[in-house]
Design a protein around this ligand. Sequence first.
Ligand SMILES: *Cc1c(COP(=O)(O)O)cnc(C)c1O
Length: 231
Amino acid sequence: MMPDELVSRLAFVRERIAAAAERSGRTADAVTIVAVTKTYPAATVLSARDAGLRDVGENRVQELAEKVETVGRDAVKWHLIGHLQRNKARRAIQSFDLLHSLDSVRLARELSAAAAESAPVRTLVQVNASGEESKSGLELSELIEALGTICELPGLRVEGLMTMAPFTDDRNVVRRTFEATRRARDEAARQIPGFRGEHLSMGMSNDYEAAVEEGSTLVRLGTVLFGARPT
Ligand SMILES: *Cc1c(COP(=O)(O)O)cnc(C)c1O
């Protein structure tokens, strides 16, 4: 894709985010775009940065590490948005600024142990707010208890929740998923000391406006910025 095309797509997306933020009583600067560059070459990260994007998301540790190596650790803020295996936790924390996909207490313990040798690990906790079996993340029914445990672990900074809406054309189902996640965040912030609930990572290319209306602070956008992913 040509850089000009990215610039105009980004302008379009920013306008929509601003309008959706306004509908939720916020301003556009309350929402950060995480540009999802998975499967694209490292050069795409640089194009994104040149277009004014400062946050980049990858869903696999190996690909993240390769791009960090090529582009530079400090070139952008790196977000790991896909499932992280426990045996890769120690290595992965070198590569990301924010993990979106902490999905078990066991992984939290692993990260906590690894963090003992580094700066605090910033993370969100992924919730399966739609109840779909194929989705990873903590069930809402177990969230408060698990978060209580996770937030007591040293070396972790738990900054909010992340969710993925189900694959469906039913806008109401999508919206309910985001709304349930926001409510869970609010509830957790009331109940759990040490839980910083400032972030909600919700919304992808096909549902980011609804997500922003429901309070998202981090939208994870790939296709709408870069076009269909190379397969
Ligand atoms: C790929 C991916 C995205 C971006 O998806 P698009 O539909 O291309 O915007 C967002 N979040 C996660 C977890 C992803 O894996």
